[in-house]
Design a binder for this molecule. Structure first.
Ligand code: ARG
Length: 405
C-alpha cells in the first residue's frame, strides 16, 4: 500500500487529515510532528496520531538545526519581513518540509501532506520545498481540497472518533516556534481595533511590566549569539531565556498589516521577544564592527533576503548566494552588546569588540585627537566638485545671458 507522510500538529485539522487522507487516497498515513521549539506535549501528540488512525507516528526534534541553519542566518541577515515580522513561521516551514522528505525517503512513501489552507503562505513554503528537494513526491493538501466548513469538519471528526476541542475553543489561530508566536483570526481580523489583550501569551502589557529596567549582556561570535550575561548557552536555550525575560518586560509585541504572497493583506499579531532583542543587539554590533560601505550595502540584500524567505524560496540559489555574502560579513561581528529592556522598549546601550572599528583618538574632541583637520578642505573641494558643476550649469540655464556666473 502507498504511504503518505503528513506534517502533524496534533490539532483538529491535521487529526481530521489523518483519516481523510487514508480514506480519499487509500494510503497509509505516517504522522510526523517536528519540534521547532513549540513547548507542547509531544508524547501526547504522537499517541493522538495513532489513536486517530496513523499507522506510524514520529516526533523529530530539530531545534538545534533550526537554530544553526535557519535562525543564525536570519540573525546575520537581520531578517524582518516588511521591517517588522521576524518571519519565524516562514523560516520553520522549509525545515518541516525537509524533515518530511527525509522521513518519506526512509519509509518509501510516495506522498507528502500538510494541513495548510489555500489562502496562506505556508502551503507555498511547504510545496516549494518539496519541489526543490523531492520532485518525485506527490502532494496532498487536505484542508485545501476537502471543502468542508468548520461545522462539517467537526461532524466528520465526531463520526470518526476524533477528539474535538470542548466549548468554542480559542477564537485565535496561532503558530509557535523558538523564534516567535503568531496570532490570527477572531477580533484580530478587524484592523481598526487594538489587538485584544487575551491574544498575547508570551508578553506582558506595558502596564504589567516591571518598573525597573533589565540590563542584559549578549555575546556574539561571528554574528551568532553565544552567551547571555557571561554564561555560554546553546542557541535554543539562549533564545528561550530571552523570550521569557523580554516577555516580562513587554518587549516583542508586533501589530502589523502584512502583504501575503498570495496577494491578501492580513492583520497579524506577533510576539517575538528574543528576535527583537537579538536583532537589536546584532545590528548594534554590526554598526561597531562593519566598515561603512559594507554596512550601507548590506540592507539592500537583507530586504531581498526577507522577501525570499517569506515567499518560500529557502531552497534556491539566490538564498544561498545572499547567505554566502552575509556570512562573509559576519566574520568580524564578534563582541558584546548590553541591551536595556524597559516597559516594551529594547535599546542597545553599550557595546565592545576586539574587532571594533571605533577609534577614540579619531572620534574625540579632547586633547588626544589625532584627526588631521587641515586635510578636510581639500577633501571637500574634490568631494563637492560634481555638486558645484551641476549647480553652476543649472544657474547658467536659468540665466543664459550671463554664462559663467
Ligand atoms: N503571516 C505569517 C506568515 O505568513 C504567519 C503565518 C502563521 N501560520 C499559521 N499556520 N498559523 O509567515
Amino acid at each position: 500500500m502507498s504511504k503518505c507522510v503528513l506534517a502533524y500538529s496534533g490539532g483538529l485539522d491535521t487529526s481530521v487529515a489523518v483519516r481523510w487522507i487514508a480514506e480519499q487516497y487509500d494510503v497509509e498515513v505516517i504522522a510526523l510532528a517536528v519540534d521547532v521549539g513549540e513547548e507542547k506535549n509531544y508524547e501526547a501528540i504522537r499517541q493522538k496520531a495513532l489513536d486517530v488512525g496513523a499507522i506510524e507516528s514520529l516526533v523529530v526534534d530539530v531545534k538545534q538545526e533550526f537554530f544553526d541553519d535557519f535562525i543564525s542566518r536570519a540573525i546575520g541577515a537581520n531578517l524582518m519581513y516588511e521591517h517588522q515580522y521576524p518571519a519565524f513561521t516562514a523560516l520553520a516551514r522549509p525545515l518541516l518540509a525537509k524533515t518530511q522528505v527525509e522521513v518519506a525517503r526512509e519509509y518509501g512513501a510516495q506522498y507528502v501532506a500538510h494541513g495548510c489552507t489555500g489562502k496562506g503562505n505556508d502551503q507555498v513554503r511547504f510545496e516549494v520545498t518539496y519541489a526543490a528537494l523531492a520532485p518525485e513526491l506527490k502532494v496532498i493538501a487536505p484542508a485545501r481540497e476537502w471543502g468542508m466548513t468548520r461545522e462539517q469538519e467537526i461532524d466528520y471528526a465526531q463520526q470518526h472518533n476524533i477528539p474535538v476541542p470542548v466549548g468554542k475553543g480559542s477564537p485565535y489561530s496561532t503558530d509557535t516556534n523558538l523564534w516567535g508566536r503568531s496570532i490570527e483570526c477572531g477580533q484580530i481580523e478587524d484592523p481598526t481595533r487594538e489587538g485584544p489583550e487575551d491574544a498575547w501569551e508570551w508578553t506582558n502589557s506595558i502596564a504589567a511590566a516591571p518598573e525597573e529596567p533589565t540590563y542584559l549582556e549578549i555575546a556574539f561570535e561571528q554574528g551568532v549569539p553565544v552567551a547571555l550575561d557571561g554564561e555560554e548557552l546553546p542557541g535554543p536555550q539562549l533564545i528561550s531565556r530571552l523570550n521569557t525575560i523580554g516577555g516580562e518586560n513587554a518587549v516583542g509585541r508586533i501589530d502589523m498589516i502584512e502583504n501575503r504572497l498570495v496577494g491578501i493583506k492580513s492583520r497579524e499579531l506577533y510576539e517575538a521577544p528574543a528576535a527583537v532583542i537579538l536583532l537589536t543587539a546584532h545590528r548594534d554590533l554590526e554598526s561597531l564592527t562593519l566598515d561603512r560601505e559594507t554596512m550601507h550595502f548590506k540592507p539592500y540584500l537583507e530586504l531581498r533576503y526577507a522577501e525570499l524567505v517569506y515567499y518560500g524560496l529557502w531552497y534556491t540559489p539566490l538564498r544561498e548566494a545572499i547567505d554566502a555574502f552575509v556570512s562573509e560579513t559576519q566574520k568580524r561581528v564578534t563582541g558584546k552588546v548590553t541591551v536595556k529592556l524597559h516597559k516594551g522598549s529594547c535599546q542597545a546601550v553599550a557595546r565592545a569588540s576586539e574587532r571594533s572599528l571605533y577609534q577614540y583618538e579619531l572620534a574625540t574632541y579632547a586633547a588626544e585627537d589625532i584627526f588631521d583637520q587641515s586635510a578636510s578642505p581639500g577633501f571637500i573641494h574634490i568631494w563637492g566638485l560634481p555638486a558645484r558643476v551641476a549647480a553652476q550649469i543649472d544657474r547658467n540655464a536659468q540665466n543664459p545671458s550671463r554664462p559663467g556666473q
